[in-house]
Design a protein around this ligand. Structure first.
Ligand code: AMP
Ligand code: MG
Length: 342
């Protein structure tokens, strides 16, 4: 069978390379959750599969977006309390766990500061230190009180699920695609990638984008039934009046956009056995970016239940030992690839 490599998507934080040819393929592109998404499936009822994923993503966006007034999250933020649907309540519970896991590097109560900076809004600005100091006390998981489906927030606090909503959507996409009967499928939700191949079908080559844009990508990972979630500051940012670049991931301890030593952090997790693997990978990738290289390495050594690829500002691609057999350096690489010491 003639096979060729096609570039699924180049504009996202991560991109996928797939062999596609010969079998029937369905491909659906959509703009949702403030990003460009591509869903593909080969073999079986591929059209039904990609459409069901797209509907699911729209449904989740309407429930979880902080900027859609009627969403569950907006109602909670506006009223300071709400009886959540089971799904949103379980996602919020998971968010609290990730926050504890990452010692607050990932924290959904960052919302007031996200709003203050407005980095992904039409009207971003550099706030004063006084404004930041006034909002910092509102950040911290202790301000969220969750009792089953009943959620309350301390006064003036708010939540932003932007750091995990796409991961949660990718978990739902994974469930639908892996059960669809498709031979191979891929959901690329703006840097949150899920790839699936039924037994006997080729694995996917998932490429991690070069944050500097000098090469198309920094490495390729050959995977199936895995999530690859990338966080970085190189696509969502604004440039301040003095030329400083402010990217969209904030350090909950300082209230400032992270100015660390990573260009991107990718987390790789298998789907099997964990129905929130994509969500956790999303939370961790945001958190690792906040932690920086040595914090991320310490975090990995303390957990060892996920894999990661870090692209550093000094031109290295650092990957965990679990990826050794699936990691491929990019040709003509301008980065130095190195395996993280155990
Ligand atoms: P991601 O692209 O998954 O890394 O998520 C980044 C988005 O999560 C931002 O655009 C904010 O909406 C939100 N966010 C920013 N900083 C944090 C943080 N430290 N913890 C949790 N969410 C954050
Ligand atoms: Mg994230």
């Amino acid at each position: 069978m003639r096979r060729f490599v096609c570039l699924l998507l180049a504009t996202l934080l991560a991109l996928s390379l797939c062999g596609c040819g010969g079998t029937q393929e369905s491909r659906l592109e959509l703009f949702a959750m403030d990003t460009y998404m591509v869903i593909t499936a080969e073999g079986g009822d591929t059209e039904g599969a990609v459409k069901s994923v797209s509907r699911e993503i729209s449904r989740l966006e309407n429930a979880l977006s902080r900027t859609i007034d009627t969403s569950s999250v907006s109602r909670l933020n506006a009223d300071g309390g709400a009886r959540l649907d089971e799904e949103t309540a379980s996602l919020l519970a998971a968010a609290l766990t990730y926050s504890a896991d990452t010692n607050g590097a990932f924290d959904v109560t960052i919302a007031p500061l996200v709003e203050l900076w407005g980095i992904t809004s039409d009207d971003p600005r550099v706030p004063s230190q006084e404004e930041i100091d006034a909002l910092l006390p509102l950040v911290g998981s202790e301000h969220i009180h969750l009792d089953g489906r009943e959620a309350t927030l301390d006064e003036d606090c708010a939540i932003d699920l932007g750091g995990i909503a796409k991961g949660f959507a990718s978990d739902k996409a994974a469930d639908l695609l892996s059960r669809s009967g498709a031979d191979r499928a891929c959901a690329n939700l703006g840097g949150n990638v899920y790839v699936y191949s039924r037994e006997g079908h080729d694995a996917w080559n998932v490429a991690i984008q070069d944050p500097k844009g000098e090469n198309d990508y920094v490495c390729i990972l050959s995977l199936t039934d895995h999530f690859v979630v990338t966080s970085g500051g190189y696509q969502r940012y604004f440039t301040g009046p003095d030329g400083t670049v402010y990217q969209h991931i904030l350090d909950p301890k300082t209230g400032y956009p992270v100015q660390g030593d990573l260009l991107s952090a990718s987390v790789i997790l298998p789907r099997s056995g964990d129905e929130l693997a994509g969500t956790r990978a999303d939370a961790y990738s945001t958190a690792l970016y906040v932690m920086g290289e040595s914090g991320a390495a310490d975090f990995w050594r303390a957990h060892r239940d996920f894999d990661m690829v870090l692209v550093t500002t000094d031109g290295r691609v650092v990957y965990t030992p679990g990826l050794a057999s699936v990691f491929h350096e990019a040709e003509g690489e301008s980065y130095v690839c190195e395996q993280l010491a155990e």
